[in-house]
Design a protein around this ligand. Structure first.
Ligand code: PBG
Length: 339
C-alpha cells in the first residue's frame, strides 16, 4: 500500500512530496502525461509474391513476410484491435532495374491493397509505401542514370504513377518514402488530376540515412550495395530536416513523418513545434530488433522496454507512431496489461 498514516512523522515539515502522485497504479495512470493508444498506432506489414505460407524474417523475430491470405487476416485483426492503419510493403517475386513491378496494375502491392481494403473497408486506414527499393534489383529507392546515380526526376514520375495506382486500388493514405526532391508535389498533382482529392499524403519528410534500417533490407529482400546518402539525410542535421518538412508541406503533405524515431527524438520534437499538421514517427526495424534481441538474451525486460520506447516517441511529439509492436500493444492495451 502506498498511502498509509505514519504517526511518528506527523510533525515532519516536508510540504512537497511528489511521491504522493505515484502511490498506486490508478494514481499513476491518472497523472500520466503521455498515452499510447491503439488509434495512434500504425502496423507496418510485408507481403511477398507467391508465398503459400508466411515466411519469418530472422532479424525481426515475430515479424513475417505475409502470404496474401495471412495478410488479410492480419489486417482484420488490426482493425479489430482498433489500430489506425497498416502500412503495406510489397515484395515482388522478380525485381529489375526499373522496378517495373511497382507500376504493374497486377503487381503484388496493388493486389495487396485491393485485398486488404476489401477486408477492412473504412474501419482501418490502408496506407502504402510509395518507393522503388522493394522493386529494384539494385535496391535503390529510384531508377538510375547511365552513370549509376539515382535519377530524381524520372523517379518522381514513377512515384506519381504508383500513388494513383494505389489510390485506384483502395489506399486511403500514400506515403512517399524515397526522399526525392519534389515527390510530394508530383504525387499531389497526379492524385488531384485523377480525381483522388481525398487520398491523403503522409510524407516521409525527414528521413535519415541510418544503420537501423538493416533488418528491413531482409524483410523486403533488398540487395542494396553502397548507401542512400545522396538522398537520405545526414544524421546530424536538424535544420535541414525542418527545411525538408517545410518543403513537403508547401507541396501539399497532410502528415509529416520523421524516421527513424529513437536516434532522432529531438528532431521529432523540433518538427512538432514547427508545424500545424499531424506528426508521425517510424519506430523502425533496427529499433525493433535491438529490443527483441536483448530481451531474447534476458538482458532487458521486453514489455517494459516496449512501453518505454513507444512512450518516448509520443512524448517527443509524435501524434502517430508506426511500429512493429502495434498489434501486440493494442491487444495488451485492451486487456489493461500494456504497462
Ligand atoms: C523505403 C523504406 C525503408 C523503410 C521504410 N520505407 C527503407 C529505407 O529507406 O532504407 C525502413 C523501415 C524500417 O527499417 O523498419 N521503401
Amino acid at each position: 500500500m502506498g498511502q498509509e498514516r505514519d504517526p511518528q512523522r506527523a510533525e515532519r515539515a516536508i510540504r512537497h512530496r511528489p511521491r504522493r502522485l505515484r502511490t498506486s497504479p490508478v494514481m499513476r495512470a491518472m497523472v500520466a502525461e503521455t498515452a499510447v493508444a491503439p488509434r495512434q498506432l500504425v502496423l507496418p506489414v510485408f507481403v511477398a509474391e507467391g508465398l503459400a505460407e508466411p515466411r519469418p524474417i530472422s532479424s525481426m523475430p515475430g515479424v513475417v513476410q505475409h502470404s496474401m491470405d495471412t495478410l488479410r487476416k492480419a489486417a482484420v485483426a488490426a482493425a479489430q484491435a482498433g489500430l489506425a492503419g497498416v502500412m503495406l510493403f510489397g515484395v515482388p517475386a522478380h525485381k529489375d532495374a526499373q522496378g517495373s513491378g511497382a507500376v504493374d496494375p497486377d503487381g503484388i502491392l496493388t493486389r495487396a491493397i485491393t485485398a486488404v481494403r476489401s477486408e477492412v473497408g473504412d474501419d482501418l486506414l490502408v496506407m502504402t509505401d510509395v518507393c522503388l527499393d522493394e522493386f529494384t534489383d539494385h535496391g535503390h529507392c529510384g531508377v538510375l542514370t547511365p552513370s549509376g546515380a539515382v535519377d530524381n526526376d524520372a523517379t518522381v514520375e514513377i512515384y506519381a504513377q504508383m500513388a494513383v495506382l494505389h489510390a485506384e486500388s483502395g489506399a486511403h493514405v500514400v506515403a512517399p518514402s524515397g526522399m526525392m526532391d519534389g515527390q510530394v508535389g508530383a504525387i499531389r498533382e497526379a492524385l488531384d488530376a485523377a480525381g483522388w482529392l481525398d487520398t491523403t499524403v503522409l510524407a516521409y519528410a525527414a528521413k535519415f540515412a541510418s544503420a537501423f534500417y538493416s533488418p528491413f533490407r531482409e524483410a523486403v529482400g533488398s540487395s542494396l550495395q553502397g548507401d542512400r546518402k545522396t538522398y537520405q539525410q545526414d544524421g546530424g542535421n536538424v535544420r535541414e530536416a525542418l527545411r525538408e518538412v517545410a518543403l513537403d508541406l508547401a507541396e501539399g503533405a497532410d502528415i509529416v513523418m520523421v524516421k527513424p524515431a529513437l536516434a532522432y527524438l529531438d528532431v521529432i520534437r523540433a518538427v512538432a513545434e514547427a508545424v500545424d499538421v499531424p506528426v508521425a514517427a517510424y519506430n523502425i526495424s533496427g529499433e525493433y530488433a535491438m529490443v527483441e534481441a536483448a530481451a531474447a538474451h534476458g538482458w532487458i525486460n521486453r514489455e517494459p522496454a516496449i512501453a518505454e520506447t513507444l512512450t518516448s516517441i509520443r512524448r517527443a511529439g509524435a501524434d502517430i507512431v508506426l511500429t512493429y509492436w502495434a498489434q501486440e500493444w493494442a491487444e495488451r492495451y485492451h486487456q489493461g496489461t500494456h504497462r
